[in-house]
Design a protein around this ligand. Sequence first.
Ligand SMILES: [Zn+2]
Length: 87
Amino acid sequence: MDPGCGWLYGNVTGTTIDNTAPLTAADRCDRCGAQAYVRVVLPVGELLFCAHHAREHAPKFATVATHVQDETDRLHAEHGSGARALS
Ligand SMILES: [Zn+2]
């Protein structure tokens, strides 16, 4: 692997990750530190995003992600009608 091919390829092991476990309160958005509700699995690792940043970065990771675990439904369930619609 070319080590200089971009930020997506830094500090990852390259091993296959079994990461289908539900996200928890300990999982934090890689961008702002809020609770993560979306896990983006990449060929070289994974990223965690809150609902806000998942939407913001969706056009970028959609082209490279091998799996997107979207638990934003839980956001609505936990916060009720106060949560913004994500559609
Ligand atoms: Zn965020």
